[in-house]
Design a protein around this ligand. Sequence first.
Ligand code: NAD
Length: 266
Amino acid sequence: MDLNIRGRTALVTGASSGIGFETARVLLNEGATVVMTGPDPDELKDAVDRLSAFKDSLFAYDADVTVASAVDRLAADVAAEVGDLDILVNNAGIHGAGGLFHEISQEGWDRTIDVDLMGPVRVTRAFLPGLRRGGWGRIVFVSSEDAVQPYEDELPYCAAKAGLLSLARGLSRTYASEGVLVNTVSPAFIATPMTDEMMSARAKEQNSTFDEAIASFLREERPFMELGRRGRPEEVAHVIAFLCSDAASFVNGSNYRVDSGSVATI
Ligand code: NAD
């Protein structure tokens, strides 16, 4: 299938690792120009080096999505040096504050909501004018299975990701008539630095190996992940790339689960 996104310009937040990095790689492979962003200049440089085969169509700017002035500067730099976007992938996120509700501090809540919900709001506000100008656009938000299947020990993350579903659905109603389609992707348990960190902590807690921690997590916490393994970042990136493409021209306001069945409801 030809995604027909050659020549389109995409920005991916949180692109220096995991799902964001693979999304950048897939979009570059499909012939798009890609702007990678992330909060850490060294990690970003390393990611750019790993994609050196695409250096003529790759741009990178560091920006923390919680800092409004950094997002504004990012938008100004991209406008001046790259031009208007056709595609925006709001991928940056953190697992955030964990523990039961009564164990989580106000700071934990504020930080998680600030990165995972307000970050995408800031970035979308900054780039929407250019997306609308083009008359053809795609916005993808990376939510999570947690949005519709909340886990009691990660409620700030669940609430932020549920907020993204509502945000995306609302945006999809406002801008579709202008050609800007908005969708979400909701992964579960993908092998990235985010779940590496979770599994390392679990292994330490249980005095087990990393692989045993994954196996017990799947068995005890994710019983409906029928494939019985972590997903690979590219397995999410391919779905994101589809939603960013011409091939998804009638897909709007949807939430694509990429979770091997983790969400138990139909
Ligand atoms: P990751 O840790 O590899 O990627 C997260 C990226 O977000 C990193 O590049 C990081 O630098 C960036 N980031 C974090 N805070 C930021 C900030 N303040 N400003 C800008 N960038 C920031 O993990 P990942 O699993 O690839 O996560 C990507 C997205 O997928 C996240 O939104 C995450 O919530 C979502 N997700 C992941 C899983 C999973 O199992 N890995 C499951 C569901 C949803």
